[in-house]
Structure formats: C-alpha cells, structure tokens
Design a binder for this molecule. Structure first.
Ligand code: 3PG
Length: 321
C-alpha cells in the first residue's frame, strides 16, 4: 500500500493491538476493525506466530496499515519488515532499533516514560513517542508535564487505556494516537466474535472524534455590526468578546462575521477533538468538504462541508484543548 504511515496513524488516531496465537484470526480481526473505522493494527511480537499474523493481514487486507509492536531489537525489526510491517512500535527506547528503522526508512514509535528517554529520542530526530505504560506512568498529567520542555513532541499513550478512560487522552492535542488491546478484547477474539470488535471500533472512533456543538456563526454586514453583535451577547450573558481576523467571538458560543460568509443564515461550528481525525472519518463516509481555513503554520483550523442545512453552512472546528 502506498501511503505515509505516520500521517495515516495521526489521521486514524487509534492503534489497536492484535495479540493472538492463531494467525488465521489476524485478518478477520483487522477486517472487523477496518469496517468499524480503524483500518490500522499493531501486531505485537509476543508469540511465535505473530509474524505469520502480520503477513496474513498484509496479504489479505491491502487497505489496512499494519505495524509490528513489542519490537526490542534490530533483529526483530528486520523480521517484522520482512513479514510486511509498515511501521514499528517498541515498548522502550533502544537507539540501535531506532537507527536500524531510520536506515530502512520505516517509521518507528519507541516507548518513553521519562524526560531522559525523551531527550535521547529527540536527539535521534524523533518527535512521536509511545508513552508506556500510560496509566501507571501518570496518564495525561505526565504527558502534559513532559511536553513542557519538549514542545514539539506528541505521544501515543498505551497501557491501561480503555473505553472508559480514553476520553481525556483523545481530547488533548499532545496525543498523536491512542494505543491499546481494549479494541481487540480476548473474549471477542477467543470466540471469533468479529461483530463485537467492529462495534468496539465504532464506539472507539466516536469517542476519539468527540463531536459536540461548537458555536453559531452570524453573518453581519460590517465589522462594526459584528462587534456590536458580539457585545450584545456580552452585555446580556457575560460572554467575553474576542476579535479574530474575520469575526468577533462572544465567548466560544457565537461568532459574528465581519462580512457575509457561507450559509444564507450563517454557520454552525461543530467542535471535534482533532480536525485531521474528523476529516479522515467523514471523507471515508462519503462527505465532501469545500473550504479549509488554515492558520499561519498551514494547519487546518476549520473545514466547511460542501452541503448546507436549513440555510446554515457547517464546519468542523477544534475543541480548544
Ligand atoms: C503494549 O503492548 O503496548 C501494552 O501492553 C498494551 O497495554 P494494554 O493491553 O493495557 O492496552
């Protein structure tokens, strides 16, 4: 498959682990995940049959991105690449394995839990790290603290994450993707319950997107009118006015446009945890987008749907976290 693995991992934002001893189960698991919105798996090299599982997925499901996890040496990385791995995940930070993958041009996400490991990993040119074991190593609080001195770094928290506690991770812009075996529970893989895995994948994707009401956009005729519109909400409801290039906000709830924009009546901003993830899933479901607003760094900060509803344009926006 011709694709940029790191870009896809960020867009999908989830790394389900496949850890089965019967390699004939690997492709059905990956297929169920893909049907549920997660065409990506990490096969953990903890079992003699893992390389065969990996090769089966690669062969049978060309549209699924497949990586190898629990890679602890350059030799294991070489075996994984030979079996078809498109990215490598490691539990710890082994500079030899990292250098091997870099020489091969294969993305590697090594594990860290301390500033020392992050410093070594950054000096090797990496900026995405697995944070492991996430739950016991301090969770999102630790990720935020570690990010202080390493501003550009993003994390793939793994270890102890589940449907109940993943929300705080997927809401944070410091999180590149969330990994875990919770998307492929043993009860489901033991009983070949692929439908259960598809359902878990759908639920996981829904939480990772976090769609919610963002704001209502009002089309004004001028900057003055937009300013007084924002002040109207401020005076009545105490919503703090804030000017940006194209509009005045009143709190996060209302955006008064300085000149008429998309939508006869205005627009609705739907907030999400990650515009990259939302675009990936919505485009996969067939939705089309007509306009992207980017910040000076080129990052998309609003994406307008092609269609309108009830005279309103609809765009995705971030969650502000
Ligand atoms: C890993 O291999 O990354 C972890 O063991 C996964 O931890 P989890 O099973 O708690 O998701």
């Amino acid at each position: 498959m011709n694709k940029n693995a790191m870009e896809l991992i960020e867009q999908i934002g989830l790394i389900p682990l496949v850890n089965v001893s019967d390699p004939s189960k690997a492709a059905p698991i990956a297929k169920a995940l893909s049907e549920g919105g997660i065409p990506l798996v990490e096969v953990t090299l903890r079992d003699k049959s893992a390389l065969e599982s990996l090769a089966n997925i690669r062969k049978e499901l060309p549209d699924v991105l497949v990586g190898a996890g629990t890679v602890k040496s350059p030799r294991q990385a070489a075996e994984a690449l030979e079996a078809g791995a498109e990215f490598i995940v490691a539990p710890g930070l082994n500079p030899e394995t990292i250098k091997y993958c870099q020489e091969k041009g294969t993305p590697i996400i090594p594990g860290v839990a301390t500033a020392t490991e992050l410093e070594i990993g950054s000096s090797l040119g990496l900026n995405v790290f697995k944070f492991f074991p996430a739950d016991v190593a301090g969770g999102l609080k630790a990720i935020k603290a570690l990010r202080g001195p390493f501003g550009d770094v993003r994390f793939v928290p793994t270890g102890g994450i589940n449907l109940g506690n993943m929300k705080e991770y997927v809401e944070s812009s410091a999180v590149f993707a969330v990994g875990g075996s919770f998307m492929t529970p043993k009860e489901a893989t033991d009983s070949n319950d692929w439908n259960a895995i598809k359902t878990i994948a759908e639920k996981t994707v829904e939480i990772s997107l976090g769609f919610a009401m963002g704001h209502v956009g009002i089309n004004c005729e001028s900057a003055e009118e937009a300013n007084s519109t924002a002040l109207w909400f401020n005076e009545r409801f105490g919503l703090k006015p804030r000017e940006i290039d194209i509009s005045f906000f009143a709190g996060a709830a209302v955006e008064a446009m300085k000149k008429p924009s998309f939508g006869a009546h205005g627009h609705i901003g739907i907030a999400c945890n990650s515009i990259a993830r939302a675009l990936y899933q919505l485009e996969r479901r067939g939705l089309k987008f007509r306009f992207f607003k980017k910040n000076p760094e080129g990052k998309i900060i609003a994406a307008y749907l092609e269609e309108e509803i009830g005279g309103f344009a609809v765009h995705l926006c971030g969650n502000g976290k």
